[in-house]
Design a protein around this ligand. Structure first.
Ligand code: IMP
Ligand code: MG
Length: 187
């Protein structure tokens, strides 16, 4: 596995938090759940670039329905590991979502800032239904966010993670597993 190379070569990668096998199993289950929930419909999966790209394409293949795919790019962090508190749309949707069964697919919901911004923006376009699916949600963000994110892959402690789409300064997205990233070591 490429993870061996990453582990040997990169002291900032401290440990695997979610293995590729665990991710695959969970993605399969989420796909089945969505297949059941949307039976007879054609959901539009909107992947949030770039972090959600890998999860979105795996999830799409785990859904046994006709689905459509679209992507949006937003930025809330720049290149640091701290939120700027501002969300910007870098790439908007190609398709109109009016009347559609939209499922927005995120890599991680941290503070919920991005989620709330996207929810407001997309609801203003009158989708038929709108649900959120996030591979990761912070453990401490329970309560209100639990109600907003219908499909959750894993709950995660307050550590920075990379891999399976998630990055630090655009790197590590291609790791098959999700790793804890030691911000005091990384450059
Ligand atoms: P929020 O707006 O605070 O919920 O942040 C959401 C976005 O921040 C996610 O879509 C990610 O792009 C990024 N993010 C938050 N935590 C992490 C992390 O641990 N690793 C990589 N990206 C993260
Ligand atoms: Mg993101």
């Amino acid at each position: 596995m490429t993870d061996q190379n990453a582990l040997n070569g990169d002291p900032a990668l401290s440990k695997i938090l979610v293995s590729h096998d665990e991710i695959s199993n969970r993605v399969h289950d989420l796909g089945q759940e969505i297949t059941n929930d949307y039976a007879g419909r054609v959901p539009l999966l909107i992947g949030v670039l770039k972090g959600g790209a890998i999860f979105t394409t795996d999830l799409a293949r785990a859904i046994d329905l006709r689905v459509e795919l679209d992507f949006m790019a937003v930025s809330s962090y720049g290149s640091s590991t701290r939120t700027s508190g501002v969300v910007r749309i870098l790439k908007d949707l190609d398709e109109d979502i009016e009347g559609r069964d939209v499922i927005l697919v995120e890599d991680i919901v941290d503070s919920g800032l991005t989620l709330r911004y996207l929810r407001k923006t997309l609801l203003a376009r009158n989708p038929g239904t709108l649900e959120f699916c996030s591979l990761l949600v912070r453990e401490e963000q329970q309560g209100e966010l639990d109600d907003l994110v219908k499909y959750v892959g894993f709950k995660l402690p307050a550590v920075w993670v990379v891999g399976y789409g998630l990055d630090v300064a655009q790197r590590y997205r291609n790791l098959p597993d999700i790793w804890e990233y030691d911000t005091s070591v990384g450059s």
